[in-house]
Each structure stands twice: as structure tokens, then as C-alpha cells.
Ligand binder design. Structure first.
Ligand SMILES: Cc1cc2nc3c(=O)[nH]c(=O)nc-3n(C[C@H](O)[C@H](O)[C@H](O)COP(=O)(O)O)c2cc1C
Length: 351
């Protein structure tokens, strides 16, 4: 596989139906935030330092008491078997082979226990459903299957308006299912062309408040709050016991016109003051973007679409290739800015 990162999306596009491609590539509304997420990184320039001995570089990064070989992991994304038959297990295998952190979506097309069998270091992403018993059972299954943390997605009290998906009448084609919830299968798939978004809308709980974070913490795993975009919500998340903050706008897939995640990162880092890790996702397309996010104060970074493109283009090996390329680029950018370790990536690098 002789790809560069710039090729992967184009390769993926060739293998996917228009509806599946649009589901991944698209965002909410006019997709202004979608463009901004990426542009915020492209606007940032760097202040490299030289004549530091960079012959040895260490990319390892601590997070929640663990050490990871690189400061980035895989964000939770839905429906992997729609993109390649290797599906969620393929991404998990690519992560396991490299020791990379894998967040697994509630909306996976493979049961969470099967994904766990690949042995990757794993977090489980949770949507709290109206039916708390259903959510509780799912979370308990994740605990039992060795997931190390829960990621509570808070930015989806209702579902988004995604115009590409509406136009395409996007739904999960049979025989694929929301494999973590077999009993809702019929509702999801048989609901007609809008079955999926109707289904999700009917299940999401718009009444969620911070009290629900306390409920989720009772399952005993650290709970990270994903989808924070303001200092106010970051402060509340920490106050209510979040183990980490994920600064995210859901890959610009919920509400158009919210800011790029890189632009809101500093206010969140300032209010959190190192009490819990701050993780960023959204618009990271290159190793140098990982460096920029870390320099701007993130402790860790997650990749969404790039890994999905890798999976679509080349299955598990394709996802792995993307992870390797991002790692190589980050290592190269560290050397060329005078950083020997992740701890040396600081704000002084940002022009
Ligand atoms: C195809 C796709 C599916 C996603 N599914 C989920 C999901 O099920 N749960 C969730 O919390 N976030 C989901 N996300 C958002 C990602 O976790 C992440 O926030 C986003 O992809 C990061 O932006 P990036 O794609 O620009 O890297 C999804 C994103 C994409 C692109």
C-alpha cells in the first residue's frame, strides 16, 4: 500500500456508494463548521527550533494513568461494516497491532464483545437512551468486556439535520444492523427510507442533564464527556466528576456554525487547569495537525474520518496504514520543530 494521506479519501470514495460516502464526508447544515474544523489547522503556522539534538524522539503519551505509544487514538464512528467487511473488528485489529487507543461507537455494526476480542485498548462511546435499562445493560456489557473507560457523547440531545443524508435517504442497508441492540433491529431497518434517523431520534433522550453523568459513573469506569465546546460546560463536566473532556463538535455533524474545535480549545484548557485530560477531535488530517493540537494545549487527539477512509479503502490494513502515516508525519514534525518528546510540544511552537 503505497499511499499518502492525501490519497486515502479519494481511494475510499471509489469504493463507497454515494450515500455511504456522503454519510462520512458530510456535516450538518451548510457544512461551514465542517470546513472550519480543517481550516483552523491549516491557518496555524509553526515556530520551529533547531540545533537541539533530536536524534531520539519519544512519542509515548500518558493518559488516564496509562501510557500510549502515540498521542492520538481512534474516535468513535458508527457503521463500520457499511464501509468495509472488516468493519469494527478491522479497525480494532489495526489499533491492537499498534497499541493505539480505540473508541468503539454505540452504533457499531458488530457487537461490542466481538470488537473486544481483537484485544485493542478500548473505550466505549455511550449515547444515553430514553430507556435507561437498555443503556444500563449496554454499559454493563462494555464493563464486562474489558472496556477501560466510557465516553458520554453529550452533543446529541436530538439528532442533526444532515442534508446530504436526507437527499440520499440514507439508511443502514440490510443485512447490516445496529448490532449492539438486536431487539431494535426491525424498527431501525424496517422504518423505511428515514428509518435510521427516525430511530435515532426516537431513542436519544433530550432530557439529559449533568445528573445523568453521575448515573453513568456508578458503573465504575472513568467517564469522559465528549462534545464540549465552551469553558462553562467544561467546568461543569469536571465539577460533576468527568475523568476527561473531549473537545469536539462531532466532526461538524450536529450543528453547523459552532466553532472549529481548535479555536475553542484554549478557553477549555484554561478553565480545566490540568485537573483532567483535555482531548481534541475534529479536522485532524495530518501528523502536523496532531502537533498543533498538542501545542495548543490538548493532552491527546482523536481521529475520525481519516480512519474511516482508511478502512473503506483497504480494510484493516488500510486503517492501519492511515495510523502509520499520521505517526510518521507527527514524528517528522516533532524532529523539524525541535521536540524530542510529547511533553516538549508547547505553545511556544505556535506562531
Ligand atoms: C462517519 C462518522 C460516524 C460517527 N459516529 C459517531 C458516533 O456513533 N458517536 C459519536 O460520539 N461520534 C461519532 N462521530 C464523531 C466522531 O467521534 C468524531 O467526533 C469526529 O469524527 C471527529 O472529526 P473528524 O472526522 O474531522 O476527525 C462520527 C463521525 C463520523 C465521521
Amino acid at each position: 500500500m503505497d499511499w499518502t494521506l492525501s490519497d486515502v479519501e479519494a481511494f475510499a470514495r471509489r469504493t463507497l456508494t454515494q450515500a455511504a460516502y456522503d454519510y462520512v464526508a458530510g456535516g450538518a447544515g451548510e457544512e461551514r463548521t465542517l470546513r472550519d474544523n480543517v481550516e483552523a489547522f491549516r491557518r496555524q503556522t509553526l515556530r520551529p527550533r533547531f540545533m537541539v539534538d533530536v536524534s531520539k524522539r519519544d512519542l509515548s503519551t500518558p493518559l488516564l494513568g496509562q501510557s500510549y505509544p502515540v498521542p492520538f487514538g481512534v474516535a468513535a464512528t458508527a457503521f463500520h461494516r457499511l464501509f468495509h467487511e472488516d468493519g469494527e473488528r478491522g479497525v480494532a485489529r489495526a489499533c491492537a497491532e499498534r497499541g493505539i487507543l480505540h473508541s468503539v461507537s454505540t452504533l457499531a455494526t458488530t457487537p461490542l464483545e466481538e470488537v473486544a476480542q481483537e484485544g485493542a485498548r478500548r473505550w466505549f462511546q455511550v449515547y444515553i437512551h430514553r430507556d435507561r435499562e437498555l443503556t444500563g445493560n449496554l454499559v454493563q456489557r462494555a464493563v464486562d468486556a474489558g472496556y477501560e473507560a466510557l465516553v458520554l457523547t453529550v452533543d446529541a440531545p436530538v439528532w442533526a439535520i444532515r442534508e446530504r443524508d436526507r437527499r440520499n435517504k440514507f439508511t443502514l442497508p440490510p443485512p447490516l444492523t445496529l448490532a449492539n441492540f438486536e431487539r431494535y433491529l426491525d424498527a431501525a431497518v424496517a422504518g423505511g427510507p428515514d428509518g435510521l434517523s427516525n430511530y435515532v431520534n426516537a431513542q436519544l433522550d433530550p432530557s439529559l442533564t449533568w445528573t445523568d453523568l453521575h448515573w453513568l459513573r456508578r458503573f465504575g469506569l472513568p467517564v469522559l464527556v465528549k462534545g464540549v465546546l465552551t469553558a462553562e460546560d467544561a467546568a461543569l463536566a469536571v465539577q460533576h466528576g468527568a475523568a476527561g473532556i473531549i473537545v469536539s463538535n462531532h466532526g461538524a455533524r450536529m450543528l453547523d456554525r459552532v466553532p472549529a474545535t481548535l479555536d475553542v480549545l484554549p478557553e477549555i484548557v484554561d478553565v480545566v487547569r490540568g485537573r483532567v485530560p483535555v482531548i481534541l477531535d475534529g479536522g485532524v488530517r495530518r501528523g502536523v495537525d496532531v502537533l498543533i493540537a498538542l501545542a495548543a494545549g490538548a493532552n491527546f487527539v482523536m481521529l475520525g474520518r481519516p480512519v474511516v477512509w482508511g478502512l473503506a479503502a483497504g480494510g484493516s490494513a488500510g486503517a492501519g496504514r492511515v495510523l502509520d502515516l499520521v505517526r510518521e508525519e507527527l514524528d517528522n514534525a516533532m524532529a523539524l520543530t525541535g521536540c524530542r518528546s510529547v511533553g516538549e510540544i508547547t505553545r511556544r511552537l505556535l506562531a
